[in-house]
Design a binder for this molecule. Structure first.
Ligand code: HEC
Ligand code: HEC
Length: 233
């Protein structure tokens, strides 16, 4: 009898364990079934301007070299708008009295995931690293603080503020906000994107500027510091 009980207990435990695994979220399956309709999860064979115009969400096939995982887990459960005027601003602006304004009614709220699904999806996203050499790793000096010149570079000299907001109510609206970029993005990604936006996102309307190495370091440090987290990642 004792043996039978033991056997039952073992079978019971085994059943429990297998039912737990069936219920644990499968990140890749979530991405395929719930996210692929709006996000490219593999690199499109040929990126044309139509891709930029028609995509419903940002490309995610290089998410693993772009985002900080803790941010992904948090944001997927409680998404806050990153692009004030949508993925493609020209389809979300209308004429205002003085200047064009964002037509908020055309912007959708992002879907929310449960904590378990967000963690599984974030794991699967971090495994998507895109083509080799997409970003330059290790060039950015994480220990160097932004010089007092950095803000000046960002706001005035290099005109980044024309398209990006930095959380003080100022800045343009056609690009992603950068006040949470330090928390959201890997510093190497910020560096590489600032250096050559079209290498990462072909056809994107952020201008490629000739920026000196020192200015690149400064701009990256400045953006990383905006969210008050110097040790992002
Ligand atoms: C109906 C279309 C749609 C679906 C479905 C969708 N997304 Fe999105 N997603 C968007 C849009 C639009 C944005 C841009 C939001 C913003 O900038 O505020 C976005 C942004 C994101 C971002 C930030 C990307 C960046 O470059 O800033 C991540 C990460 C993300 N989505 C993950 C997911 C995951 C994971 C799923 C599936 C569970 C999903 N999305 C489903 C439309 C969608
Ligand atoms: C003409 C508008 C414009 C200007 C000027 C501009 N950007 Fe951008 N920037 C963009 C757009 C558009 C994107 C990405 C669009 C997307 O992912 O939906 C972007 C993306 C970025 C990103 C990646 C952010 C993310 O969430 O993916 C960084 C970092 C960045 N820009 C930094 C800069 C810096 C630094 C400057 C100044 C040297 C600058 N930008 C000037 C339009 C601009």
């Amino acid at each position: 009898m004792i043996k039978a009980h033991l056997l039952a207990a073992i079978i019971g435990a085994g059943f429990l364990a297998s039912s737990v695994t069936t219920f644990a979220a499968d990140g890749s399956a979530i991405l395929q079934s719930q996210c692929a309709s709006c996000h490219a999860l593999t690199q499109p064979e040929k990126v044309t301007l139509d891709h930029i115009w028609e995509r419903k969400g940002p490309d995610l096939y290089y998410a693993g070299v772009k985002f900080n995982k803790p941010w992904l887990v948090k944001w997927l459960q409680d998404p806050v708008r990153i692009r004030p005027s949508g993925v493609f601003y020209r389809t979300h602006i209308k004429k205002g009295e003085k200047a064009d304004v964002v037509d908020e009614s055309t912007l959708i709220d992002h879907m929310k995931l449960t904590q378990a699904d967000a963690e599984a999806a974030a794991d699967a996203l971090m495994a998507l690293t895109g083509p080799e050499g997409l970003i330059e790793t290790g060039k950015f000096d994480k220990d160097k603080k932004a010089s007092p010149m950095a803000k000046m570079l960002f706001v005035k000299l290099r005109g980044c503020s024309a398209c990006h907001s930095t959380g003080d109510g100022k800045g343009g609206l056609s690009g992603p906000e950068l006040q949470t970029a330090g928390e959201r993005l890997q510093p190497d990604f910020i560096y590489s994107y600032t250096k050559d936006p079209q290498k990462i996102d072909k056809g994107v309307w952020m201008p490629k500027l000739a920026i000196s190495e020192q200015d690149l370091q400064n701009l990256t440090s400045y953006i990383v510091q905006l969210s008050g987290k110097k040790e992002a990642k």
